[in-house]
Design a protein around this ligand. Structure first.
Ligand code: HQG
Length: 170
């Protein structure tokens, strides 16, 4: 479901609308899964990655709450939000020199992803390496300086870029 709803919808013959949504019926047919299977994934996915909503037209749709590849043109239309004073980002230690020079960049995604706590940041960095560094991000200071933040439906904080001066090693 992540592959189709975030990265490569065409592998299932699907197109996402501008908000990243696909009608649930179309999605079930394309992935050859049952409604019960879809509901179970939406409800029990460990990070609540997917959301189902009924549009103004009465059609039920599904989308990924965040994490889309840049090659997939979606606008989640999340409102700007005031971040907490500090957010966190876990990354393999080998990235540190480059991050402290260039800042955190979205790379292949639409946004830089930031966590609300250190354990979550450790888990995110731990996907890529056993040697993880957690960076503190001075989020409220950034926001005061004009950087825009969004909070996804599943509680991941998103921003365009974090310049090095707002980063410190935890
Ligand atoms: C690194 C998962 C060198 C960055 C997670 C990261 C998250 C740099 C990697 C979500 C850099 C990008 C996103 C720079 C950034 N120099 N390295 N200047 N700027 N990086 O996967 O944050 O399971 O695109 O530190 O839980 O690891 O998919 O980002 O290591 O929420 O739902 O470049 O993916 O969620 O990697 O993870 P990613 P991420 P899901």
């Amino acid at each position: 479901m992540s592959l189709v709803l975030r990265h490569r919808p065409e592998t299932a013959g699907l197109t996402l609308d501008t908000g990243g949504w696909v009608p649930v019926d179309t999605f079930l047919t394309a992935l050859r899964i049952s409604r019960a299977e879809l509901d179970a994934v939406v409800a029990f996915n460990d990070k609540s990655r997917f959301a189902v909503a009924i549009g103004a037209d009465g059609v039920e749709r599904i989308r990924a709450s965040q994490g889309h590849s840049r090659r997939v043109e979606v606008d989640l239309d999340l409102p700007p939000a005031d971040p907490p004073p500090t957010l966190y980002h876990g990354t393999p230690r080998e990235n540190l020199t480059s991050i402290m020079r260039d800042g955190l960049r979205p790379r292949s995604r639409h946004h830089v992803h930031l966590s609300v706590d250190v354990p979550t940041a450790l888990k995110v960095g731990g996907r890529r390496s056993a040697d993880v560094v957690v960076l503190s991000v001075a989020a409220a200071t950034m926001a005061a300086g004009g950087h825009v933040f969004h909070c996804s439906e599943n509680g991941v904080w998103l921003t365009s870029v974090v310049p090095p001066e707002h980063l410190s090693v935890k």
